[in-house]
Design a binder for this molecule. Sequence first.
Ligand code: ADP
Ligand code: ASP
Ligand code: MG
Length: 814
Amino acid sequence: MKVLKFGGTSVANAKNISQVKDIVDQTLGDRLVIVVSALGGITDLLLKTAELAASQDKGYQAILKEIEERHIRTIQDLIPIASQSKVLSKVKSELNILETLLEGAYLIGEITPKLSDKIVSFGELLSSYIISEFFIVSQLDAIYKDSRELIKTNNNYGKGVVNFEVTNSNCQTYFSQSEHRITVLGGFIASSIQGNSTTLGRGGSDYTAAIIAGNMNAEALEIWTDVSGMYTANPKIVKQAVAIPHISYEEAMELSHFGAKVLYPPTIQPVLTKGISIHIKNTFEPQATGTLITKNQNGGGKSVRGISHVENMALVSLEGPGMVGIPGISKRFFEVLSQSNISVVLITQASSEHSICVGIPAIDADKAIEAINEAFEYEISLGKIKPVKAEKDLAIIALVGDNMKSHQGLSGKMFSTLGKNNVNIRAIAQGASERNISAVIKREDVKKALNALHEEFFEENVKQLNLFVMGVGNVGSKFLNQIQQQRKYLKENLMLNIRVIGISNSRTMVFEESGIPLKNWEDLLASGEKADKSKFYDRVQELNYRNSIFVDNTASQEVSNTYSDYLQQSISVVTCNKIACSSEYENYAELKSLARKYNAPFLFETNVGAGLPILDTLKNLIASGDKVLKIQAVLSGSLNFVFNNFNDKVTFHDVVKQAQEQGYTEPDPKIDLSGIDVMRKILILARESGNRLDMAEIENKSFLPEESLDTTNNDDFFASLMKHEDSFQELYKHAADKDSKLKYVAQFEEGKASVGLQEIPKGHDFYNLEGSDNIVLFYTERYPNQPMIIKGAGAGAEVTASGIFADIIRIGNF
Ligand code: ADP
Ligand code: ASP
Ligand code: MG
């Protein structure tokens, strides 16, 4: 005998049921038992009608109508007209009984668990009857059997406890006498010894199939559902999850206990003792391998086999100073919970016995608190125990695997992955079998936690980085283009999967949870919602993605003010905006310290030398124990461009204009020409070398006339340059006469920094600096005489974008 169970989605409508028939048709074997769920969604609707009727809400009638229509339509679509009337009239008469029951509940304004089970049993009764009739008209040798006549339980309505002895004998008798090859049964429903309808708990059709398989010593149990097996994590939440081909009973049990809904947890017990394998298969993709559940350890030495989670949990802790002295306290605590019919999903107890903490379904939390506080009323009145409270809106996530016990460091890896992603852990439990490690976290963190853990344990180190990009001007747009070009390479070679989830400019912003298609980001952004920096932040926070990175490509003070908010949510910040790092020292230091505290990199390589690896090199020197003695640098690509192109044949004004137009200057060119930009850079270099320095302490010998410095807009600034052309020509001539070139030099030595124009003679390291190139000389304890030199293009949108990109990759490798 083979037992095949088809779940709600598999039998949701006529089309799917036909698919089921094809599968049954192609299954070999002399005896088949087909267990079916209610048509998908019907159980929920039935429960809803009961709830509404009990609260005397006539709305139940509309839902009843919907239930009726779905069944009638399924019959009409499945069964040829000539054979329809018998089936329709049977189903309608059943629905009449259902209607009468609901009317009764409506009139009394109450529903008992017994009546609820009776009402909900109609789902499987009807589906199994309709499917059996369809099989029969399709020429299969099939018969319908009411499973309530086979499976017997106690009176625990809602979740009957199976009487295996009676059930077994019923099954043996029935199947030994049945002459049909195929028997169709409704899952989930049973009856008490007295004959009242009972149910086996939500999702219980799997269990029905396992009970029959166990009793009849079936050769196989197949669970046909809407996914291709038991996955490494819930595939609806973790897109990268994959089906586990082979898994042990115990692993499957743990995974389902902790929420892998694909298998109802009690299902395994009846087949485990008999060694009957369970095969989970996909009705909609029958050729997929699915998951085979058997006795052996099948992971091929793999430690973690799956990650599951249960939502809607609550934590209830019993604690108090006098707890140690109260005898049998845990016994009483658990008795109270069990008497109140509350199932405990997770337990932790501190070794000092000062507290016991349990994870229970949130729906039972209030009931639990009331019962516990009542049971310990006396101890609470004496102050030995604190009145218990429940913490709700929680979830449990569990790592599961038979081989976990032989692998060290798994829990460390689990908790550090969660910590890195700012997921707060409320409680931890490790099963004695060491087959699972579970953690209680906030419900809102589930998606992030699952994806982060999945990435860590299953995705062969492919790391997903989720970017939120603000500013798509010159640099930002180049940056997005570079990502688009490199995505495939990064994924294949660096195992980094970069997705841009949000983009904003000063006018609009756009978000796409699965990643913005970068081919047409411009159109999407243009038709996005109105830009708003704080709403942007709210969205980033709400989305709550792991490895989130905020990228600032603006030059805005306001945007730089938001970095601390991001960092405090463990969201990394990458910026080419120099404002934050050159603001007051306290602010800079605070951002660095937040980055450390929240494990979120704060990177700003492009603040100095655009794409050149200046800060990264400096960081490595310092980290490896070197000490900076002196820094000399030409750090302004813009000023270098200007002075390299300026001579007695062109005007200073025109050269500056050209620099601005080609993107070599800040939008406000005075920031470059006045030396402020260079001051910011040497300040950042000094700070990153470990010095406490502020802008006001930097000496700036400006070459610009006062009048130019005093202008307040670009037009006036350019006009003043024109006016003072003579003085600029004078500077040029003075240097040229000595065969020297003008370079704007920044210097830091013995705690003092200065910037200014210098005449650089032939032979000097700075003399041959071309175009917009930058150069930095680091004199350190290890490089005291011959400095370490970094030189290359130090401005321009393309190189700056690539510097930002490099920071993103650094975070990826972090
Ligand atoms: P059926 O109606 O066929 O019994 P269920 O809805 O009860 O189907 O179970 C299948 C669903 O279980 C899947 O659609 C998926 O959303 C969910 N699920 C949760 N965790 C897992 C997991 N680890 N592997 C596969 N499915 C899972
Ligand atoms: N129909 C029942 C439910 O939805 C049982 C099942 O589908 O397994 O819970
Ligand atoms: Mg199910």
